[in-house]
Design a protein around this ligand. Structure first.
Ligand code: MSP
Length: 512
């Protein structure tokens, strides 16, 4: 009997095309990719969406500064993001651009629904606007009363006759929603921040502009284009069929996870659920806001000239080395500092030494002592429990987006196995002619390697696939089906093993 797989929908923010991809963008994108790969291994019907945010004043101005048409500038940069994700083995299922016709149709449909519901009205407004954030601020939120708290640059005084979204009508409904769904904003500190913002009182916000033309026209008044955030957030609905394909839309909506940086929490956890409620749709199941990746203690930004391109690190550490570092070096949630030295140290300790050495020595010994053929694995070897504990911990912790904890448990299994080898000394057993004992120990280790390749494949997909191949296994680890395949004892005896070059060559400090 065929069972219908569960839908699982995960998104990254769509990135502004005035900037080139840097490791901050990659951080969110790799996190979403690991989750998508993991859920696919469980047999879920995954939609993993990323893309680019191409309208608005910020993009228009940066195109103008280069003498380019906004769409040409957007296309060039959107392609750079796509390339960066391809280079990092990101398995997005859909790549959305807000300049696509499907998105224009979705934005116009949602605007019209909210307008018809009476929650968009014409009004005039005077306020302090940061173009970097594409956001209005109150004076007391500004640095020194004049500068944006995120960009540090002076805000602009703007007077507009505009359409306003009546956000102020949604305070109670939002509070009720978050009371009913405490898991809807994570981590808990961010949830409290959101509740604080709502309780302070919400102001209506302008959702249209007449001063710029680079955007999606309002369906009932083409003099106005939609405000970039009202446009951008709707991408999450566009990609799963809104408004026309109701069947697809209701399959994936409400989204399981919006992964975002903490800089855009207000838009995702206050504006967006209210917009959805106004349009008669359900709010997201979970908005998970992670901290900043800091370089030298500061957030990366164009003006600070401290941006690092993912490709520069991939050149030194490889795709797997890059992916592993950012998700395991620090917890997903708080801010974390990036340093090249720490990246070298962790790569050498975890990937070159623990993972790489285990694979290398086990395969080498199996080739030398067992003729390169998988011996029988014991059903009750001493690593059975540890392997099953690692799987259980990874499953539980990835369920909370605790990547460092989850993969930490897999690396504990690797360390245990290395210690087991030291303890059993198969080289001595081999010398003593104890063939059965050698086969038993190496069988345990080979089976553990199979399980490690499976469990580590979402985060280090290339090395995991290569290890899988060297173990003589068909297919790729990512195509296996959990939980069955994580159970002990599935390495087929008699398969041909292959030793090879180190999966993670050591990096000497200062060499790269
Ligand atoms: N276009 C909006 C998002 C619209 S979503 C409907 C936007 N784009 S952005 O290009 O500025 O990307 C912001 C996101 O990039 C952050 O929320 C975060 O996910 C990621 N990061 C950018 N810089 C970062 C760090 N320094 N550290 C961690 N993540 C960072 O805002």
């Amino acid at each position: 009997m065929e069972t219908m797989s569960e839908p699982f929908y995960v998104t990254t923010p769509i990135y502004y095309v005035n900037d080139a991809p840097h490791i901050g963008h990659a951080y969110t994108t790799v996190a979403a990719d690991v989750l998508a790969r993991w859920r696919r291994m469980w047999g879920d019907d995954v939609v993993f969406l990323t893309g680019t945010d191409e309208h608005g004043l910020k993009v228009q101005r940066s195109a103008e500064a280069r003498g380019l048409a906004p769409l040409d500038w957007a296309t060039t940069n959107s392609d750079l993001f796509r390339q960066a994700w391809d280079d990092l083995d990101i398995t997005y299922d859909d790549y959305i651009r807000t300049t696509e016709p499907r998105h224009r149709a979705a934005v116009q449909a949602m605007l019209q629904r909210v307008y018809d519901a009476g929650d968009i009205e014409l009004d005039s407004y005077e306020g302090l606007y940061c173009v970097g954030c594409e956001l209005y601020y109150k004076e007391d939120e500004l640095e020194g009363g004049t500068n944006c708290p995120i960009h540090g640059a002076p805000v602009e005084h703007v007077v507009e006759e505009n359409y306003f979204f009546r956000l102020s009508r949604y305070e109670d409904r939002l509070l009720q929603h978050y009371a009913d769904h405490p898991e809807a904003v994570q981590p808990a500190g961010k949830r409290n921040e959101v509740l604080g913002l709502i309780k302070q009182g919400l102001q209506d916000f302008s959702i249209s502009r007449t001063s710029i033309s680079w955007g999606i026209p309002l369906p009932w008044d083409a003099e106005h284009v939609a405000y970039v955030w009202f446009d951008a957030l709707i991408n999450y609905c566009t990609a799963v069929g809104y408004p026309d394909d109701r069947e697809q839309f209701t399959r994936y909506w409400p989204v399981n996870y919006h992964l975002i940086g903490k800089d855009i929490l207000r838009q995702h956890a206050v504006y967006w659920p209210a917009m959805l409620m106004a349009a008669g749709e359900e709010p997201p199941q979970c908005v998970f806001a992670h901290g900043y990746l800091l370089v030298g203690g500061e957030k990366m930004s164009k003006t600070r000239l401290n941006q690092i391109a993912p490709a520069d690190l991939v050149a030194d550490f490889g795709v797997d080395g890059f992916r592993y570092h950012f998700l395991v070096d620090q917890r997903f949630g708080p801010d974390g500092d990036f340093s090249y030295e720490a990246m070298v140290a962790r790569y050498n300790a975890d990937l070159a030494n623990n993972f790489g050495n285990l694979a290398n020595r086990v395969l080498n010994m199996a080739v030398n002592y067992c003729g390169g053929i998988v011996p029988d694995t014991r059903a009750d070897g001493p690593l059975v429990q540890q392997a099953s504990d690692a799987f259980a911990a990874l499953t539980a912790l990835l369920g909370e987006l605790d990547y460092a904890g989850g993969f930490g448990a897999v690396w504990d299994l690797i360390r245990h196995t290395n210690a087991y080898i030291e303890d059993q000394a198969p080289w001595a057993l081999n010398k003593a002619g104890e063939t059965a004992a050698v086969a038993a120990v190496l069988g345990d280790c080979l089976e553990t390697l199979r399980i490690v390749a499976l469990l580590a494949s979402p985060i280090i997909p290339q090395a995991a696939a290569e290890l899988w191949r060297r173990l003589g296994l068909p297919g790729r680890p990512e195509d296996q089906r959990l939980p069955e395949v994580a159970a002990w004892g599935q390495l087929p005896p008699g398969a041909n093993l292959e030793k090879g070059t180190p999966l993670f060559p050591r990096i000497e400090s200062g060499e790269a």
